[in-house]
Design a protein around this ligand. Structure first.
Ligand SMILES: Cc1ncc(COP(=O)(O)O)c(C=O)c1O
Length: 440
């Protein structure tokens, strides 16, 4: 097993290259999900992961800060998760009926996040968001949804809008144009979405002054993790809460990124804002596919009494739910978040010191942050237009080839897990310094 070292030759990736060539013959684009195609010189094929590390099919080792795009808060193949999944697999992987685990997990999650009085479980964040929007529309009898530029709420037609519009497409900041992410999204599927700029309460108030009586919901990431890891400016989330209250609209927090990662109680517990509906995914189940939609009893009762149809073959899947008590137990141990945050804080500080002299910055909070090359920290998606996408991708290429694995998109996110160590940070900083020295 070879380990990438600073100064080492570019990684040997022959097996990955061949596997990519073969995969392209049978899978669209040779990858399982859109962004995975962006890794240069070609996607890397992973043989296994353990803790903070993973190894590709050529035997190269990576310190992993992508963590499966966020879920692996306990790292790869955590022994207790492996054991819990094995135990549950032996008892059956699906029943199409209730089971004790769903009761246990629902009780624990509703206790941790009191805004969720009732919950339903699904598989992906995308599904949870769809449920939340349907509930909000049913509860209000309205159809308009407010979503913010740069925020990502999954790939479904009605919200895959204005995630990364170009300057040419996006329209004015006060009246952004709703820009679909994909071909095949007819206007009719997202015409009821009002796109606004995040962290700008005035435009939200203006939109509500004009059409508040028609707005079913505001959906927001409470920390904008998908366009640079931007924290809300003071008063912004409180302002959203108030406009929703005044207009009788539903406030949906998409905590697919932040739930359990930022704190056990999610971003809502840090900012002390109570949303009406919450969506969880990613970290909640530590790397097996589970999502949660939950919220106020009166809203979720629309699901209880079947006025809102919410269903799925794999809902409350026992195999996936088996991981959740392990995640909750580990994250509830005293000092867990403090340790992750302290490690992440040191990493951010050291990366910042290395990247600043070459025009870069590190932005984020807690155990989630991103890097950028531009005039400085960004407050909205539009600020990010001033950043150099070439430079960040160049840096990423240099990091991958030194055994540091990060998200393969210019909009950067690094995640830290309970399994990362001071030694990981030392090695990362050393490799980062070498990568930075290679940038023109
Ligand atoms: C904030 C947010 N919401 C929703 C989603 C969609 O989740 P999934 O990819 O599980 O469908 C994501 C995925 O990255 C996300 O970051």
């Amino acid at each position: 097993m070879r380990t990438a070292r600073p100064g080492a030759k570019p990684l040997e990736l022959e097996r990955s290259r061949k596997m990519f060539e073969a995969t392209r013959q049978v899978m669209a684009g040779g990858v399982g999900s859109a962004d995975r195609a962006l890794v240069e010189p070609h996607p890397i094929f992973i043989a296994r992961g353990a803790g903070s590390r993973m190894w590709d099919v050529d035997g190269n080792e990576y310190i992993d800060y992508l963590l499966g795009y966020g879920p692996l808060i306990l790292g790869h193949a955590h022994p207790k998760i492996v054991e819990a999944l094995g135990r549950q697999a032996g008892r059956g992987t699906i029943y199409g009926a209730g089971h004790p685990l769903e009761l246990e997990v629902a009780e624990r999650l509703t206790a941790l996040m009191p805004s969720m009085e009732l919950v339903r479980f699904g598989q992906s964040g995308t599904e949870a968001i769809q449920s939340a929007i349907r509930i909000a529309r049913a509860a209000t009898g309205r159809s308009l949804i407010v979503k913010f530029e740069g925020h990502y709420h999954g790939w479904a037609d009605q919200v895959a809008v204005s995630y990364a519009p170009s300057e040419k497409q996006a329209g004015s900041p006060r009246r952004p144009t709703a820009v679909p992410m994909s071909e095949g999204q007819p206007y009719g599927t997202y015409e009821d979405v009002i796109v606004l700029g995040w962290n700008d309460l005035d435009t939200v108030r203006a939109a509500f002054a004009e059409r508040g009586g028609e707005i079913a919901a505001i959906i927001t990431e409470p920390i904008a993790c998908n366009c640079g890891v931007i924290e809300p400016v003071p008063g912004f989330l409180e302002g959203l809460r108030k406009v929703c209250d005044d207009a009788g609209s539903v406030l949906i927090f998409d905590e697919v990124q932040t739930g359990l990662r930022i704190a056990l109680g999610g971003a809502q517990s840090l900012y002390h804002i109570t949303p009406d509906l919450t969506c969880l995914g990613k970290a909640v189940s530590g790397g097996v596919p589970t999502s949660v939609v939950g919220g106020k009893r009166e809203l979720m009762e629309l699901v209880s009494d079947r006025r809102v149809f919410q269903s799925g073959t794999y809902n409350s899947n026992p195999l996936c739910l088996a991981a959740i008590p392990v995640v909750l137990d580990r994250l509830s141990e005293p000092g867990t978040y403090e340790a992750m945050e302290s490690l992440s804080g040191r990493l951010r500080k050291e990366l910042q010191a290395l990247i600043e002299p070459i025009g870069g910055y590190v932005q984020g909070t807690n155990t989630v942050f991103g890097l950028g090359f531009g005039p400085g920290e960004i407050r909205t998606m539009r600020d990010g237009w001033r950043n150099s996408t070439e430079r960040i991708m160049q840096l990423k290429g240099a990091l991958w080839s030194r055994g540091v694995y990060t998200k393969p998109t210019p909009r950067d996110i690094w995640y830290v897990s309970t399994e990362h160590t001071e030694e990981d940070v030392d090695a990362t900083v050393e490799r980062f310094a070498e990568a930075v020295s290679l940038l023109d």
